[in-house]
Design a binder for this molecule. Structure first.
Ligand code: C2E
Ligand code: MG
Ligand code: MG
Length: 596
């Protein structure tokens, strides 16, 4: 029979026995079994060794001098708590009372003397293995808890944990008569940074924002004179580019404003992403317990509504919740749900705004503009609902409907013998999907019979800034079909001359806000003048949007602007009204020609 080799192990066993012979024997057998063994003959020695070695397991003989094993066992179990090594009690007293006592004071198991040492070493190994498995499970549980409650990117608590923190703060505040502030923060234009600099830069930015947020909250004691406790994690990443903060405050809402301002200041410093320095701002909404709500959900909803107001008011600011915000938020929600059915319920229609040629004064084009009439909400402005359908993706389907309807209408006018006008259709960035857009446009032109040469797609500057290569490829394909492309609302985005050259563009549309400033605002006038000159040097046609009076028109003419679109000439018209206008123009042109 071959002798079994001792299992290699580095586990340390501390044997405590007052009988030197028994101790020596135990040490020998356990060492042979592969353990690192230390021995102690009394309680004091045992404690000393224990602290030195931190053994993996302790074997205690009960009949120790001075301090008996039960007492020692209970003292050992107080030294370290969670990582406490198991204690195996060796007892000669086979009575139930002493066994119970051993367990009471923290023993893991007991062995009745005389001890069969070779068997004991197996038992020790088994106990240690079970122990390790237990710790592994605990570690895994802890990891799962961390994953479930913390954001992997920033290390901040996540939405779930934040809600728990807020609920706790509310409970305490209710008892103490305190207030709690929930801050809801959303980064401004984060999407743009993500799109232009890439996702890893975006991630890096979020990490930096998380750190700055945490720091401004930790330092909030100084601005609020201790009125806000800065214990624990009160900042969280709520999701995406949304962060939340819970502040427990004793008295004044003013203190919350100071913290919000502090966060704003912390964010205002530039962030270095690779070689690129970027600036990020945030919009913050604040709701207070109990003033603005008494539950986690209400507070969050209202803080979110306040954040939305901060965005509407121009971003990079904070807003306290007010009752009227709920009306806005409610309207947004109502719109959101109604928009899902709007297409199928036939609630959309198109208006067409004429574009006038500067030289001839004739209508040379039109822009199709989407309108939404809902039985309950009435007529809703695209400024209100376009952003909603862009966010939820409905714009893709709606945009296809717009293109199809507009092309069919424009073709109908051509068929009726009216002059062949250029048709401008707005394109949302969401519609720029490689596999969908080009084939959709092709199919629309085919089914409506509308010729590509009369179609002009209006793109926003932001759209041109993202995914450059893919965008260029797609726009080139459209261009090859004979479609022309314009940049809408020019001057409001982040365009540079450089990028304009890279796209197959034909037209720039000067944003209404610049035209609006003529003739009062010298800057607006200078910008308008520069845009026209620049566009012409790039061989682009310029259309001025939002021309409302004669002075604006005169200035634009003087600068050589090519076309005009605005209330001074026409408001957006229904298809029927537009037909009347075309008929009138036809009559006038006809009589002019007859006179010649
Ligand atoms: P936009 O493409 O810049 O359209 C021009 C907007 O300026 C229209 O607003 C038009 O009614 C308005 N406008 C034109 N002349 C004047 C003027 O002299 N004074 C003033 N105050 N306003 C003038 P509207 O129709 O409310 O559309 C707003 C925006 O909604 C559009 O701006 C466009 O960005 C978006 N939009 C409209 N229809 C569609 C669509 O079918 N698809 C997409 N993606 N966006 C659309
Ligand atoms: Mg437009
Ligand atoms: Mg525009």
């Amino acid at each position: 029979m071959s002798k079994q080799m001792p299992e290699k192990t580095s586990s340390t066993v501390l044997v405590v026995d007052h009988d030197p012979k028994a101790l020596a024997h135990a040490r020998q057998v356990l060492a042979d079994a592969g353990f690192v063994v230390a021995g102690a003959e009394d309680g004091a020695q045992a404690l000393e060794r224990f602290e030195q070695l931190v053994p993996d397991i302790v074997l205690l003989s009960v009949d120790l001098p001075k301090s008996n094993a039960f007492e020692l066992c209970s003292r050992l179990s107080h030294i370290t708590s969670e990582a406490n090594p198991p204690a195996l009690v060796l007892t000669g007293l086979e009575d139930e009372a002493s066994i119970n006592r051993a367990f009471e004071v923290g023993a893991t198991d007991f062995v009745v003397k005389p001890v069969n040492w070779p068997i004991i070493s197996h038992r020790i190994r088994h106990i240690l293995r079970a122990r390790k498995a237990f710790h592994d499970i605990r570690a895994a549980e802890e990891k799962v808890r961390h994953l479930a409650y913390f954001d992997g990117l920033t290390g901040l608590p996540n939405r779930e944990l934040f809600k728990e923190h807020l609920a706790q703060a509310i409970t305490i505040a209710r008892r103490q008569g305190w207030r709690v502030a929930a801050l809801f923060m959303d980064l401004d234009e984060f999407k743009r940074i993500n799109d232009i600099l890439g996702h890893s830069a975006g991630d890096q930015l979020l990490v930096t924002v998380g750190k700055r947020l945490l720091q401004s909250i930790r330092e909030s004691d100084r601005v609020t004179h201790g009125a806000i406790s800065s214990d624990g994690h009160q900042a969280a990443r709520f999701g995406g580019d949304e962060f939340t903060v819970v502040l427990a405050i004793a008295h004044e809402a003013d203190d919350v404003a100071k913290v919000a301002q502090r966060i704003k200041n912390a964010l205002a410093l530039p962030v270095l992403l690779g070689e690129q320095e970027v600036f990020v701002t945030a919009s913050i909404g604040i709701a207070l317990y109990p003033d603005d709500g008494e539950t986690v959900d209400t507070l969050l909803k209202n803080a979110d509504a306040a954040m939305y107001e901060a965005k509407r008011a121009g971003k990079n600011r904070y807003r306290f919740y007010t009752q009227s915000m709920n009306a806005h938020a409610l309207r947004r929600l109502t719109m959101e749900s109604k928009l899902h059915k709007a297409l199928e319920n036939d609630e959309f229609w198109l208006s067409y705004q004429p574009q006038i040629d500067a030289k001839s004064g004739e209508i040379v084009g039109m822009e199709a503009l989407l309108r939404w009439d809902n039985p309950e909400l009435g007529t809703v402005s695209p400024f209100e609902f376009i952003s909603i359908v862009e966010n939820n993706g409905l714009i893709v389907e709606i945009g296809e409907w717009v293109l199809k309807t507009a092309c069919a209408q424009a073709q109908a006018w051509q068929n009726a013998g009216f002059p062949r006008l250029r048709l401008g259709v707005n394109l949302s960035p969401r519609q720029l999907q490689k596999n969908r857009l080009v084939s959709m446009v092709k199919e629309t032109l085919r089914s409506t019979g509308f010729s590509a040469q009369y179609l002009e797609l209006e793109l926003t500057e932001n759209l041109l800034m993202r995914h450059l290569d893919e965008t260029i490829e797609m726009l080139d394909m459209l261009c090859d079909m004979g479609i022309t492309l314009s940049v809408d609302d020019f001057g409001t985005g982040y365009s540079s001359l450089n990028y304009l050259k890279r796209f197959p563009l034909t037209t720039l549309k000067i944003d209404r806000s610049f035209v609006n400033g003529i003739p009062g605002d010298a800057d607006d006038m200078a910008i308008t003048k520069a845009i026209i000159a620049m566009a012409h040097s790039l061989k682009l046609r310029v259309i001025a949007e939002g021309v409302e009076d004669e002075q604006q028109l005169a200035y634009l003419c003087e600068q050589g602007c090519d076309e005009f679109q605005g209330f001074f000439f026409y408001k957006p018209l229904s298809a029927q009204e537009f037909t009347h206008v075309l008929e009138r123009q036809k009559l006038i042109l006809g009589s002019r020609q007859r006179k010649k």
